[in-house]
Every structure is written in C-alpha cells, then in structure tokens.
Write a protein that binds this ligand. Structure first.
Ligand code: FAD
Ligand code: NDP
Length: 493
C-alpha cells in the first residue's frame, strides 16, 4: 500500500503535532500526513501566556481522530518509519507501507541516553511504558540509585517516597543542568524543612498522587515489530503518580557528588572483586540485584539504577542517508535558521534536531516542551514559506531563552543566560534568598541583565524579561535591582 501527502510529518510528539496544527492553520489546502509510532499523539492544551516569551501549557494525549477532526486535510497514521529515501522523496514503514512527500518534517524526538544499554538493572524514563516499568520495580525496592543531574533526576529526588535513594551526580551540586549551587542548596534545605514538618504525618495526604483532571486515553501497545519509544511524558508526570518504594515511612537521600558510575556488577562479581565498600552501609547480609562502583571508590548495592543521563536524538531511520556533517556533535540532525536539514525538502524540529544558526545573544537550545512546540510551529511556517516561494524571518520566540517548571514543589523560571552560559567569568551576580520561600539570582554584565533564575512566587518574570529583551541599562539600580521595596517597573512608566 502506498499513500502520499504534500507534507509528511514523522512523529506524534509535541513538535510533530504543533507542526501539523500550524500547517493546517496557515495553508489548509495542503494535504498533510502525520506518521506516529505511538497510538496516541501529544497535544498542547490550555496555553497560558505568562510573558512575551514564556508560555505555560498542559500536554495531553489524544487519539488520532480527535486531532484529525480539528485540523483540515490532516491524516494521522499509526506506524514506524524504517527508512527514508530523500532522492525519491519517499519514506517506508517497517510494515512495508510507502509514503511520498513534497516536504517532510522529521519530529521523531529522542530516547534516553543510558549509562549501560540492555542492562537488566538499568532503566531510562521517556514514555508511559518506561514509567510503568519504573513504578512496578519501585514497588519492590528498598534502595534505588539515580544517575544524572538534570530534569528527571531532580523531579525524582523531590517525589520519591519510602525508599533509600542514592543520587549520583557528576557535579559538586545537584540539579546542575538547570540551577546553580546556591539554588541547589535552597532546594535541599527546603526539602529537609518540609520533611521535618511532615515527619509526624507520614502516610497522610502526601501519600496520594495528586488527582489529574485531564482526560485519560489508553495507549494501544505498539505492534511487536515496533522498536521506537513513545512520545516523551507530559508535565506533572512525576506528581500524577505515586513514586513509592517498599520501605514503609523511610526515605533517605544519599547524594554522591562529583562522581560517575564506573562499573556495574552482579553479587558474584562484587564478591570476587575483593571490594568491600558496599558492606560498610550495614547491608552486608543483603544480596542486591546490582552493585554500582563509583569513580569516587565507593560501591553501592541497590535494587535497580535509573539512568537519567540525557537524551539521544532518534534518527536511526535516516542515519544511512545523512552525511556525517549533517549530524551535530550531540547526535541531533543539524537544522539551519529555516529548520531545514542538509537533505533536500527535509525539515526537522524538536528533540531530534540541533540548531546550527548563530543564536540571539540570550537564546540557547535545550530539549524541552516549550522549544519542541515552538520549533514544530516555526518549521511549519518555514514549510509554507518554501511551498509558496516566500521569505521568512526567525520567530520572535528564538530571541530569548525562557523556561517555566517546578522543582521540589517550587515554581522555577529560567530566563536568558540563567547560569551565565557563554559569559566567561566576567559577570556580576545579584542574589536574594528567603529560605523556604524564594531564591532570585540575576546575572549582570556590562550594566545589563543577561539572565535570571527565579524560584518561588517572585512575580519578577515579566520585568526581568523586559530588561533582558530590551537590553536596558540597569547600572543605576545597583543592588536595588533585587530590593523588594524598590519597584523597578516604576522607572519605565
Ligand atoms: C520524564 C520526562 C519529563 C519531562 N519534563 C519536562 C518538563 O517538565 N518541561 C519541559 O519543558 N520538558 C520536559 N521534558 C522534555 C520534553 O518532554 C521533550 O523535550 C519534548 O516532549 C520533545 O518533543 P518531541 O515532539 O520533539 O519528541 P517526542 O515527544 O519524543 O516525540 C517523538 C515522536 O516521534 C515518534 N517516533 C519516533 N521515531 C519514529 C519513527 N521511526 N516512526 C514514527 N514515529 C516515530 C515517537 O513515537 C513520538 O511520538 C521531559 C521529558 C521527559 C522524558
Ligand atoms: N522540568 C523539566 O524541565 C524537565 C525536563 N526534562 C527534559 O527531559 C529530557 C531528559 O531528562 P534528563 O535525562 O534528566 O536529561 P538532562 O539533559 O536534563 O540531564 C542529564 C544529566 O545527566 C548528566 N550525565 C550525562 N551523562 C552522564 C553520565 N554518564 N554519568 C553521570 N551523569 C551524566 C548530564 O551532565 P552533563 O550535562 O554534564 O552532560 C546532566 O546533568 C531532557 O531534555 C530534560 O531537559 C526532564 C524532566 C523535567
């Protein structure tokens, strides 16, 4: 069987769906086919604009016909793309179906980059299936190791209960992908305070997952022949499920800083290694399913290891036709400022791609929903421009990096060069911290705000965004920039 669309999209995650939706709005006459390896697609709903560059939205799973009914000329097909022939403008699915295209957008996302592939005691988290596996293993676990220092590890460290957690981080502070050491300390001490306050109330409210008000659909299991992951999980995934181990009422967080996993061993391998360090924690008699030797010389036995060590772009089906210089160092498909890859008429968006244009001074790529959605939509604009032979300029959203999320129960907003990225060592830091309430860090260089970390209900995001975007000279404020008694906005009225 063969079919064709003038536009073809591979991937039913946020990037693919936002590309399809934008195509349907901008040029409803274009016949578009979206191929998704998962039986539900991810849709951004309830979009709330917080500031000019910052949106908040829910990510929901929807059946194909729901999306088709809202988008003119869109067909959604369930299948896994196995190969791409860019000369003939054809993609072939694993089951043999062929689809031709005039313009193609690859939005095939990523998969977890694991510290050990195919190891029975190492799991990654990406889609619904992987979370089910995690929860089922966790229910029988007394001790879990998490390796990695980014989004997933941070969310797990704040949500896990009734288990001993060994958190292995490469850096000398936690959550380093997103925040600095000061903010990390703020999170950990707030967590301790919260735990102390709750210590008499274990197994009460906190013990239930928060009620999700969203519609739930059941994902049909991918055909056995499919090898691809489903779409990445939605917001609140960690809060919506109960992450509970088997040590009733006991939760310990043991952070191992500045180290990595050097080797994974079975019980027998551990015994014959002569290493005794895993016995020092009082569990000498326990036979753990896996032992992890760290580069700091310590070994820990545990029930299983979560590798939360980032994402590898998912482009296996295109690898054989991509020249070496079409793939970036991080494994992503290189795209230019029109979201075009080096293959003719082939665009890419979301986690699968790596942006290669000279970024605006305060923007950088991170593999996040907000960027997947923005790139999917912008790729559609670029496709329409190409179709109609029109010029297009880079979307405003690429002017400044912004991200809104929640860690350890706090609202977290990251703006611009929030960790002083690309600034070298010559910048000034202004800090305001109220333990358990707010942590505000402003990065200033040449008298201008370059970036900020806003944790808690600071209400500063709009003002700070304006200061960064408009490159306003803030030298006259000095440290008053963070003085709660000075209303910076008054100066601009
Ligand atoms: C646990 C977790 C929590 C996260 N939390 C946040 C957060 O709080 N905030 C945030 O901003 N970001 C978060 N992210 C990141 C965010 O989810 C991703 O950046 C975003 O979803 C990427 O969207 P995408 O459409 O590019 O890729 P994906 O969502 O991975 O979608 C790719 C799609 O392509 C399909 N596909 C792949 N290969 C093929 C093929 N060969 N044929 C057909 N279809 C194929 C897949 O089945 C899938 O439907 C989180 C990620 C994870 C894993
Ligand atoms: N709330 C949010 O915004 C969330 C976002 N996400 C997103 O989902 C995706 C997957 O999350 P996650 O897996 O946490 O990825 P992240 O990219 O957020 O973090 C990966 C972390 O693992 C570290 N790392 C990489 N390799 C190793 C290794 N071999 N040993 C030890 N540490 C290692 C990285 O360090 P280094 O950077 O030095 O390589 C980094 O600290 C990411 O795109 C993330 O942004 C996920 C959850 C929540």
């Amino acid at each position: 069987m063969s079919a064709s669309g003038e536009c073809l999209i591979i991937g039913g995650g946020i990037a693919g769906v936002s590309c399809a939706e934008t195509l349907s709005i901008l040029q409803p006459s274009l016949r578009t086919v979206l191929i998704s390896a998962s039986s539900l697609v991810k849709v951004a709903t309830g979009v709330r604009q917080l500031t000019k560059t910052l949106d908040e939205f829910d990510v929901e799973e929807r059946p194909f016909d729901w999306v088709e009914s809202r988008n003119a000329n869109l067909s959604v097909v369930w299948g896994e793309v196995a190969s791409l022939n860019p000369e003939e403008h054809v993609v072939v699915l694993r089951d043999g179906r062929r689809f031709t295209y005039k313009l193609l957008c690859i939005c095939s996302g990523g998969k977890p980059k694991l510290i050990a592939n195919d190891h029975p005691s190492v799991i990654g988290i990406r889609d619904t299936e992987s979370v089910k596996e995690f929860i089922s293993k966790l229910g029988d676990a007394r001790r879990v190791m998490i390796v990695g220092n980014g989004g997933i590890a941070t969310e797990m460290a704040s949500e896990l209960k009734d288990v001993e957690l060994i958190w292995v981080v490469k850096d000398d502070s936690v959550s380093a992908t997103f925040v600095d050491a000061g903010a990390a300390q703020f999170f950990l001490s707030s967590r301790r305070t919260r735990k102390e306050n709750n210590s008499d109330h274990s197994n009460t409210n906190d013990d239930k997952p928060k009620v999700s008000k969203r519609l739930k659909y059941t994902e049909v299991h991918p055909c056995r022949s499919m090898t691809t992951h489903g779409s990445a999980l939605g917001p609140d995934w960690a809060a919506d499920i109960l992450m509970k181990g088997k040590s009733n009422g006991k939760y310990d967080l043991n952070i191992q800083y500045s180290c990595e996993v050097q080797a994974l061993m079975t019980h027998e391998e551990y015994l014959s290694s002569g290493d005794k360090s895993a016995d020092e924690d009082g569990t000498k008699e326990v036979r753990w399913p896996v032992y992890a030797k760290l580069t700091n010389g310590k070994t820990f036995g545990c029930d299983f290891v979560v590798s939360a060590t980032g994402v590898t772009p998912n482009l296996d089906f295109a690898r054989s036709v991509l020249p070496v210089d079409g793939i970036a160092v991080d494994g992503g498909m290189k795209v230019d400022e029109r979201m075009e890859t080096c293959l003719r008429d082939v665009f890419a968006a979301g986690d699968v791609c790596t942006t290669m244009w000279e970024p605006a001074p305060h923007w950088m790529q991170m593999r996040l929903w907000s960027q997947a959605r923005q790139m999917g939509s912008y790729a559609a604009k670029c496709m329409v421009a190409k179709w109609n032979n029109e010029e297009i300029t880079l979307d405003f959203g690429f002017e400044m990096f912004s991200h809104a999320t929640r860690f350890f129960g706090f609202k977290v907003i990251l703006l611009g060069l929030f960790n002083g990225q690309r600034l070298g060592k010559e910048y000034e830091i202004l800090l305001r911290m109220n333990k358990g309430e707010e942590y505000i860090k402003a990065i200033v260089k040449d008298g201008r705000l370059q970036g900020a970390i806003l944790i808690g209900e600071t209400d500063l995001e709009e003002t700070f965004e304006n200061l960064i975007l408009n490159r306003i000279d803030i030298s006259r404020f000095g440290e008053d920039l963070l003085n709660p008694d000075v209303d910076i906005e008054d100066y601009f009225d």
